[in-house]
Design a protein around this ligand. Structure first.
Ligand SMILES: [Zn+2]
Length: 238
């Protein structure tokens, strides 16, 4: 009998693990049916797209299923806000550590073998081959591809555990365009949003933050600006 797990790989730091959002839809681990991460390609797909993924990727039908629940944290005005968790940054934009919305997340995992086998993980991990367990653990621990991209864009202000000098800082061009940055009263130049703003260090543009798949966040103007201009560095204002 062929080893059904033969295509399961353990992601390395060179692999991009797409565990935040479906490749084809807006499904995420927070969606009702969670997200299925292929344990061979590390692409995430929503429930409705699992069959399509398997059709396009023969033999790659083993998934880590991630289901995430948002649990509001009661706000005690006497207590200093806790630092945003890495996970919260990935799904919420999280930089808004002092904002009104604060959550913790509970995640549940399973190994899903399309079309019909579900193995709760790690509860029934003992039934799995070693490399499948290692793959699941590595996917759970992996920095999401989304976060990697975010860090590449916003390197100088990253507030997480890893902080390094951006390669762009050495060669950053700053345009002499007479733009003055006021000390306060900022708003997005394109949509007038007043929070979650980013200052582009090349041209001084002030634009709003990323729009997240659950509809929260800004209107994505800073990121759009980056894709248009490729000006690589921005800092969070306020
Ligand atoms: Zn905007």
């Amino acid at each position: 009998m062929a080893d059904i797990y033969q295509n399961v790989r353990i992601p390395t730091s060179n692999d991009s693990v797409y565990k935040d959002e479906c490749l084809y839809s807006f499904d995420s681990p927070l969606s009702e049916n969670g997200l299925f991460i292929c344990m061979s390609t590390f692409h995430g797909v929503g429930k409705d797209h699992v069959a399509r993924h398997c059709h396009l990727n023969p033999g790659k039908n083993i998934f880590l299923h991630i289901s995430r629940r948002r649990i509001p944290v009661p706000v005690d005005p006497n207590v200093e806000p806790t630092r945003v968790t890495k996970m919260a940054i990935g799904v919420e934009g999280g930089f808004d550590a002092n904002g009104p919305k604060r959550f913790t997340f509970e995640e549940r995992y399973a190994i899903y073998i399309h079309p019909n086998v579900i193995i709760p993980y790690p509860d029934q991990a003992s039934t799995l081959p070693e490399h499948v367990k290692q793959s699941a653990d590595a996917i759970i621990a992996a920095e999401s591809a989304f976060l990697k991209e975010e860090r590449a864009l916003m390197n100088t202000t990253w507030n997480g555990e890893i902080r390094q000098e951006s390669k762009h800082a050495q060669t950053l061009e700053q345009l002499n365009n007479d733009r003055k940055i006021p000390p306060n009263g900022w708003k997005c130049e394109q949509c007038d949003l007043k929070d979650n703003l980013w200052l582009n260090l090349t041209d001084g543009a002030i634009l709003c933050g990323r729009k997240f798949f659950d509809g929260t966040g800004g209107n994505n103007h800073a990121v759009d600006h980056y894709y248009k201009t490729r000006y690589p560095l921005a800092v969070k204002l306020g």
